[in-house]
Design a binder for this molecule. Structure first.
Ligand SMILES: [Zn+2]
Length: 281
């Protein structure tokens, strides 16, 4: 994802089908392009051939399941239930284990089998149940279609980023606004100049947080994971009169976003003999 909560296109490949060989080929090319990256996470539907490829090519990274695919699978097996989907979505978004367990318990009250199914997904290798039949298209048309989409995305997002007058991306600004609202019901108890205990009014203490502004961390984990101040941290930043922008990762800055999309996507040309590397041809 980019700093504005949009998918950033990194690479794409076309294979005959989703076989072990096709995924291993794509992932090995991806590995060659991005190299070794700390804290890299791959998110997929965890289909068997992707998992096999990831284990071979990126043995040390965290391979996470895509929540959207998982929800679709759950609905496919157990039927659509608005409340169940809401609890599941919340469970995928919370940071604390206690909150996750609470949401999953609520899901289990509605449909215990469905809740167990999403819990077990880490060990299950389920097959794709409803794959639409693929339409045959000449490969150059497929590539050019994808290229056209990327050209539009890069142009539109680069232009939009240049027009913004804020320091942070729109998505980061909205997220900070929501946290600011939560922060209205919090009380700060300083421990040192940069460390604080933040209490949430009217609750039993389960949502309190201990903030350390020097390490940009909070016991709620939100500050650490998102690298954007959580509501606890915002109250402390305001108390000290600091700028919250200084506590957001540069990843959320407009300058970073504009640079990420400042790439020219060229039209597809006919391959010129001798210019295509052997391992790609
Ligand atoms: Zn926090």
């Amino acid at each position: 994802m980019d700093g504005n909560d949009q998918i950033f296109p990194l690479a794409f490949g076309v294979g005959d089908s989703e076989t072990n060989e096709a995924w291993e080929w794509f992932l090995s090319r991806l590995h060659k392009a991005v190299g070794e990256v700390d804290d890299l996470v791959i998110v997929s539907d965890r289909k068997g051939s992707i998992t096999t490829g990831v284990e071979k090519v990126f043995p040390n990274l965290f391979h996470s399941a895509c929540a959207v695919h998982l929800e679709q699978k759950m609905v496919g097996h157990y039927g659509s239930n608005k409340e169940l989907k809401q609890y599941f979505r919340r469970a995928t978004r919370v940071y604390r284990e206690s909150q996750y367990l609470q949401r999953m318990e609520q899901s289990a009250h509605i449909n215990p089998e469905a809740a167990q199914y999403v819990t077990d997904v880490w060990i299950e290798r389920w097959a794709r149940a409803y794959s639409p039949r693929k339409k045959e298209l000449p490969i150059t048309r497929v590539i050019d279609y994808i290229r056209g989409i990327l050209q539009r995305w890069f142009h539109d997002r680069h232009t939009a980023a240049l027009k913004l007058t804020t320091q942070l991306t729109t998505a980061a600004d909205v997220a900070i606004g929501v946290k600011d609202e939560e922060a209205r019901y919090m009380w700060v108890y300083p421990i040192t100049f940069y460390t604080f205990n933040v209490k949430v009014g009217g609750l039993d203490g389960g949502l309190d947080g201990n903030v350390d502004l020097t390490t940009k961390t909070c016991t709620c984990k939100e500050f650490d994971v998102d690298q954007l101040p959580c509501a606890h941290a915002l109250t402390c930043i305001r108390l000290r009169g600091f700028s919250f922008v200084d506590y957001c990762s540069s990843y959320y800055s407009i300058a970073f976003l504009a640079t990420a999309y400042n790439v020219k996507i060229h039209p597809v040309r006919q391959p010129i003999e001798g210019l295509v590397p052997e391992d790609i041809a």
